[in-house]
Write a protein that binds this ligand. Structure first.
Ligand SMILES: Nc1ncnc2c1ncn2[C@@H]1O[C@H](COP(=O)(O)OP(=O)(O)OP(=O)(O)O)[C@@H](O)[C@H]1O
Ligand SMILES: [Mg+2]
Length: 472
């Protein structure tokens, strides 16, 4: 099927104005109707990658490690780009042979952010920002799925949550959308505050403040303060939904002017589940006042907390509890996040998408409470970006394991092993993933339950390569 160009939502003159840049085209049509048509043309959406750009999108050339996006300007227009940003310093290469309408800016990333922000300003729907140390994507998906039962809802695709992903998401807003759920992450101090200015949320969800990114923030209080920027940006008639299981976060939002609704497993949370039943591989069942009983397919108690976010937000906005409960029930885990695999009768809990001390503790808890296991094993790799306390945090986290053997690999393997030993657990330390894979290959047996967990950068899922899953 040939894609048809979308109707422009931002015209060429608007692009130039929003980006505080200059519009250049190689030739301006002489006839007034054609000139008018050119000025009315523009873009719908934006892309930073010519391999996936859709016709009618704005192409944003970003500096890359190997090649600069400006090398692809002509390709972008061949693929149907409606316009492209071009940094002024790179314009001489294109001057006089512009492959399509260009908006000259000092910096393409800033240009994209400015355009996305101005475009978002004109969109009148309910904008919900989601941030926190862990559980952002899961929470974003659950909240968006719940709203989608009631109104056209835009959500962040996957994990596009940084200073490129957030504006690209905003550029996907359409006049028909009534709700948008946007994931926002930070890598450096001040980033949530900056993203909040771009996104202009009318409501915010902060999942927790954990020990992810301690490297750059130093203390958990500092992390909590950064996350709380989302709540500080909300007005008196707006609501922040705050993970109640995170004491530092609760402290950090004291004194904000918006309304605060807490959610989670804590006994004093405004929105909390009762009668939580752990169904192991089948997730959990729970009840919340005013909602029909819910069977959540996502595995682990922390996922119940994430589901509480969707319940808290939709309850505040008066959505139908039946529809919300059904949307939560049909939600399936995404690849790499607590995925269930079976190998020779053993159950593998593969959670190699992300890890920090809190997420790993939550996963270890899931392992310890897994029903029907004859033998439990935690295969733990590195948790990255924890800074100078890395070694200590690996020891502490492993010491929280119980009722399981602990096998470790990676830069912090010795620390993880030391922590597990201190907890009285049997351990094995491996020199590399290959050695660990061989040990796993021979050891796995019916009744074993094995957690495989590490940060994305550790690529711990590689220990499972070539280990065949059971059929069916
Ligand atoms: N509420 C929670 N508390 C602790 N850990 C959680 C929670 N929710 C999810 N996790 C764990 O965090 C990891 C990542 O989940 P998810 O992708 O939803 O988080 P994220 O915040 O979007 O991560 P990222 O920073 O990579 O975008 C998973 O391993 C999951 O088990
Ligand atoms: Mg995410």
């Amino acid at each position: 099927m040939i894609a048809t160009e979308a109707t422009p939502r931002i015209t060429l003159p608007q692009l130039a104005q929003f980006a505080q840049g200059d519009l250049v085209v190689s030739t301006v049509p002489a006839h007034p109707p054609e000139r008018e048509a050119l000025l009315r043309s523009g873009v719908a959406g934006a892309s930073i990658d010519t391999r996936t750009i859709a016709p009618g999108e704005l192409f944003v050339p970003l500096p890359g490690a190997h090649t600069d996006g400006h090398a692809f300007l002509a390709t972008a227009f061949e693929r149907g780009a409606g316009a492209a940003l071009c940094e002024r310093s790179r314009y001489p290469e294109w001057q006089g042979r512009e492959p399509g309408p260009l908006i000259l800016v000092e910096n393409a990333t800033i240009g994209l952010i400015l355009i996305a922000h101005r475009y978002r300003e004109s969109w009148p729907g309910l904008m919900i920002g989601v941030t926190g140390s862990s559980g952002k994507t899961t929470t974003k998906e659950l909240v968006a799925a719940a709203f989608a039962t009631a109104a056209p809802t835009l959500k962040t695709e996957g994990n596009l949550n940084n200073h490129w992903g957030v504006p690209l998401t905003l550029m996907r807003l359409e006049p028909g959308h009534r709700v948008a759920v946007v994931e926002m992450a930070m890598n450096a101090p001040g980033e949530i505050e900056e993203l909040t200015r771009v996104v202009m949320p009318g409501s915010g969800v902060i999942t927790n403040a954990g020990r992810a990114h301690l490297e750059r923030f130093g203390t958990i209080e500092r992390v909590a303060h950064e996350k709380a920027a989302l709540a500080r940006a909300l007005g008196a008639h707006e609501t922040a939904f705050i993970g109640a299981d995170s004491p530092a976060l609760r402290d950090a939002v004291r004194g904000v002017k918006c309304r605060v609704v807490t959610y989670g497993l804590a006994a004093d949370a405004d929105i909390r589940p009762r009668a939580v039943e752990d169904l192991g591989p089948d997730g959990s069942r729970f009840e919340v006042e005013g909602f029909p009983p819910v069977h959540l397919r996502l595995i682990g108690r922390h996922m119940v907390a994430n589901a509480m976010a969707a319940i808290a937000v939709t309850k505040t906005y008066g959505l139908d509890p039946e529809a919300v409960a059904r949307s939560i029930e049909t939600h399936a885990p995404a690849r790499g996040r607590m995925e269930l695999r079976r190998v020779r009768g053993a159950t593998l809990l593969v959670d190699c998408y992300n890890a920090n001390p809190d997420a790993t503790r939550a996963a270890l808890e899931t392992l310890a409470s897994w029903p029907g296991a004859t033998h439990r094993l935690a295969v733990l790799g590195d948790m990255l970006e924890l800074g100078e306390r890395s070694a200590e945090l690996h020891r502490e986290t492993a010491a929280a394991a119980r009722d399981a053997d602990v096998w470790t690999v990676g830069r912090f393997a010795d620390d993880t092993t030391a922590g597990a030993r201190a907890a009285g657990l049997a351990t094995r330390t491996f020199a590399d993933r290959e050695a660990l894979r061989e040990a796993l290959r021979t050891a796995l047996a019916p009744g074993w339950v094995v957690l495989v967990k590490a940060s994305r950068g550790a690529a711990l899922e590689k220990v499972l390569e070539g280990i065949e899953e059971d059929a069916g």
